[in-house]
Design a binder for this molecule. Sequence first.
Ligand code: MG
Length: 378
Amino acid sequence: MNVAELPSLARYAARASESRGRQLVEEKSSSRNEFQRDRDRIVHSSAFRRLEYKTQVFVNHEGDLFRTRLTHSLEVAQIARSIARNLGLNEDLAEAISLAHDLGHTPFGHAGQDALDDCMRPYGGFEHNLQSLRVVDLLEERYGAFDGLNLCFETREGILKHCSLENARTLGEVGRRFIERKQPSLEAQLANLADEIAYNNHDIDDGLRSGLITVEQMMSIDLFRRHADVVMRAYPHVTERRMTLETIRRMINQLVVDVGEASLKAIDAAGVGSLDEVRDAGPLILFGSAIRDEATVLKQFLRRELYYHYRVQRMASKAKRIVKELFDAFVAEPNLLPTEHAARRARIGERAIADYVAGMTDRYAIGEHARLFAISER
Ligand code: MG
């Protein structure tokens, strides 16, 4: 059977056949290359399925059509693969990193992460990137021979998007680039940018759908208005909803094309001819400067008008309270933890509580909170 590399990989792409390998050596597959195997392991993990019920911006029960961490991750993977193909990068690796990048996210999005980080401050803090790595290295329990998913170095490196120097020193090989200030593979850099393209655009869609932001406000954003003007001229009679979706579609396309062109220029200018040279160069997957500025304006707008909207903040405040109260209750009374988590708590301390809380979906956390705090039977 053919387990060859992808066709037409550029010299600077990562190659499955040249991977630095897995922490535990395994027999090669007869049907898939090493990065395909990583992607499949991620898709089959329970942490991946839980993303379906974890908040992106809107809490899961607020509506069925909003993005969740799962649909967000799929959109990131799709965007990353498109750009990877255009640049001759390794689509399998870019896809694996993209699908795994949010596995360590807590319930309730960034509010949950901030609350858990606060709670864990006396015990080493909590970073969702680091937690994503912890999920694939340790927390998934599905193999006879090892904990975690035993992924390739390049996939793990891509998942660890950023990390403090202090944490990097405890992580061995995968933490070294933060200490030596080197870059990860272009596939990892790409997954990072695809993440940004995905959320900037789908948050406009979700924000408009929720009514928290309006088309009129969006028209003050150059990146949006430029495409909206063209769409309204071409299709003057379509509904506003369809106009905005057609506009967002074109925005994503422009960003994807722009990243491809700007990155190719940067790669050429740096003259990198191998993954090792990529690691020694500066960041090479990037927006062109004009689009970078426009994307920054869009991000600032979304932060101000959507993420800080009082209705989003109310939910975030409630979410923080739930996470904090759960954590504090388990610290004060570890015997409230389900048996397996209580056993881990006895072995590794409060980190086991963070693992338990971080692994919860939104609705599981809400249910667990009610089971601990509601006076009525549940
Ligand atoms: Mg993300």
